[in-house]
Design a protein around this ligand. Structure first.
Ligand SMILES: CC(C)(COP(=O)(O)OP(=O)(O)OC[C@H]1O[C@@H](n2cnc3c(N)ncnc32)[C@H](O)[C@@H]1OP(=O)(O)O)[C@@H](O)C(=O)NCCC(=O)NCCS
Length: 189
């Protein structure tokens, strides 16, 4: 397995370290990863869970992902003062007709650490890696009404369209979902 960037990159100005997690080291960060999900869901983010998110449910979810971390399944964390403050997961498509594509999921930054460029730094790491692996198109689904959609727009993502009632919010109520995309190599098809 050749998960990249176990050598972390550090944004010295912000004191934020971005690093990719292997299946082996994800285990050691379980508490911090659970806290991130709990914090996001508590604040109403659509991250695949209903509120309140129990610690056990968050643990089981990360434990499901952990062994799957591989060349095709990448997870980056952002750390500030040794504490996990953000993460992003990227899945490389594996079918023969989609080997130029990757799906970004679970982009979340601790509510106390937002608007400091952390999501931008996490996505920059994912984009660099995507390009190195020949992935020129990224896609991501987001709650159409969420602030996240605005943040992603600022980060260069475009909306492909909105599907009414695509997902349920953390409160269980239906939400429209927007599919966002970002082309990393504008001339690529
Ligand atoms: C979306 C999210 C990850 C953004 O994280 P962040 O670290 O605060 O984002 P950044 O600081 O890197 O900001 C990136 C850009 O978006 C802008 N931005 C961030 N939050 C914003 C908001 N609430 N409204 C409008 N713009 C926003 C920033 O100003 C910045 O733009 P700029 O570079 O032009 O100044 C964070 O709000 C979050 O965790 N939300 C809950 C989880 C979620 O909904 N995830 C998305 C679905 S997977």
């Amino acid at each position: 397995m050749t998960i990249p960037a176990t050598r972390p990159t550090v944004d010295a100005a912000a004191g934020i370290e971005i690093r990719a997690l292997t299946a082996a080291d994800a285990h050691w960060h379980l508490d911090g990863l659970c806290e991130l999900l709990e914090d996001g869901v508590r604040a109403g983010a659509s991250l695949g869970f209903l509120a309140p998110l129990a610690r056990r449910e968050a643990e089981l979810d990360w434990q499901d992902l952990q062994p799957a971390l591989s060349d095709a399944n990448l997870l980056w964390i952002a750390r500030a003062a040794e504490h996990i403050v953000g993460c992003v997961h990227m899945r490389l498509a594996t079918t023969a007709d989609a080997r130029h594509r990757a799906t970004v999921e679970r982009l979340v930054v601790l509510s106390t650490h937002r608007r400091r460029g952390i999501a931008g730094a996490l996505l920059a790491a994912a984009e660099r890696e995507a390009l190195e692996r020949g992935r020129t198109l990224l896609v991501l689904d987001v709650d159409a009404a969420a602030e996240a959609a605005r943040a992603l727009h600022r980060l260069g993502w475009d909306a492909a369209g909105t599907i009414p009632g695509y997902l349920a919010g953390a409160d269980g109520m239906p939400r429209d979902g927007t599919r966002l995309f970002k082309r990393l190599a504008p001339d690529a098809r």
